[in-house]
Ligand binder design. Structure first.
Ligand code: PHB
Length: 385
């Protein structure tokens, strides 16, 4: 069997790449190790930069996003018992949109099926050959080889494509905390996201829809989720979000509960021969600021353009620039995610000097227009490289 681009991984990066290539008349096959229900229900941060919604809309995959996405013009930083609004749109002219990753995946899976796309679930990739490009995989009990011109490694942090790149340099940071995230059937107690810094730790109030809230608590990296009853979670959230002005956090049934590790990671370069890494296969950000999906979308947008140029003109100029083009944007998002994480979380090892500096930094970001604009322009997303 043969295709032009073999795409390993059917999360948002792989599915969107397949869709963007199809729009340019380029064939691909997507090989996803999990089943369809799994990829459609995997919970991840759900805040889209304007550039991300533009890509989805311009590619014709944004109809439901346009109907159901919630456009936001600001966010709140809450500390010392008081809220401080960062007016994202006033500062940058841009907006962000709340639309869950699960919904993007469902939209793309449906769209690929409508367009006759070849997406194989439960297809376990065994080997990739970046030089004589091909992918060997097991599907429906048989081992097959897919020959291709190019391979896109969109198979996430634990995938098989990154180890196929020899001589990678990796850069990473572990954090002394994790996030306990919940989904709850309760209308959000806020219209805009609240990022709270409290001496007991960070908390985030996000949402999924007018009826579903998404909330997070900073916990220890080795935290045992069994120690967190629903009542304990609500008490802790209420304590970290408390203000002096009578604001109350609405409570409701918790429908999902999980602990997310926090990690920063970059692998360079993002290419070896005919294999191109994209999204979490090449880089991870801690979830503060919700950059992960946005980076995956910008990677595959750059890759789709480069492959389009290659098939249209024979030129490999954009393919040769792929890694450097992506890494400029990746490192900006790495810095921003690290910065926002360290601004808002409580490092258990921090001394009183470090805590005072952190508090001064929060005061500065919420009182200086220049500092607020730095946060805002990174949050809404810098232009595609
Ligand atoms: C989320 O809704 O899951 C979310 C939103 C914003 C973040 C992180 C996570 O910064």
């Amino acid at each position: 069997m043969r295709t032009q681009v073999a795409i390993v991984g059917g999360g948002p990066a792989g599915l969107l790449l397949s869709h963007l290539l199809h729009r340019q008349g380029i064939d691909s096959v997507v090989l996803e190790s999990r089943d369809r229900a799994y990829v459609e229900h995997r919970q991840r941060a759900g805040m889209l930069e304007q550039g991300t919604t533009d890509v989805l809309r311009e590619s014709g995959a944004g109809q439901r996003l346009d109907r159901e996405g919630l456009v936001h013009h600001g966010l709140e930083l809450r500390f010392g018992g008081a809220g401080h609004r960062i007016p994202l749109t006033d500062l940058t002219g841009r907006t962000v949109t709340v639309y869950a990753q699960t919904e993007i995946v469902k939209d793309l899976v449906a769209r690929r099926a409508e367009d006759g796309g070849d997406v194989r679930f439960e297809a376990e990739v065994l080997e990739v050959d970046a030089a004589a490009p091909s992918v060997t995989y097991r599907h429906e009990g048989r081992v097959r080889t897919l020959e291709c011109d190019y391979i896109a490694g969109c198979d996430g942090f634990h995938g098989v494509t990154r180890p196929a790149v020899p001589g990678l340099r990796t850069f990473s940071r572990e954090y002394p905390f994790a996030w306990l995230g919940i989904l709850a059937d309760v209308p959000p107690s806020t219209e805009e996201l609240i990022y709270a810094h409290h001496e007991r730790g960070f908390a985030l109030h996000s949402l999924r829809s007018p009826k579903v809230s998404r909330l997070y608590l900073q916990v220890a990296p080795d935290e045992d989720i069994a120690a967190w009853s629903d009542a304990r979670i609500w008490d802790e959230l209420a304590a970290r979000f408390a203000t002096g002005d009578g604001w109350e956090l609405g409570q409701g049934p918790i429908t999902d509960k999980a602990i997310t590790p926090m990690r920063s990671f970059v692998a360079e370069p993002m290419r070896h021969d005919r294999l191109f890494l994209a999204g979490d296969a090449a880089h991870i950000v801690p979830p503060t600021g919700a950059k992960g999906l946005n980076l995956a979308v910008s990677d595959v947008t750059v890759l789709a353009r480069a492959l389009t140029e290659r098939y249209a003109t024979g030129s490999e100029t954009l393919l040769d620039a792929y890694s450097a083009t992506c890494l400029r944007r990746v490192w900006r998002a790495e810095h921003f995610s690290y910065w926002m994480t360290t601004l808002l979380h409580v490092d258990p090892a921090a001394d009183t000097f470090a805590l005072r500096l952190q508090r001064s930094h929060l005061d500065y970001v919420t009182s200086s227009q220049a500092a607020a604009t730095t946060l805002a322009e990174n949050y809404v997303g810098l232009p595609l490289g």
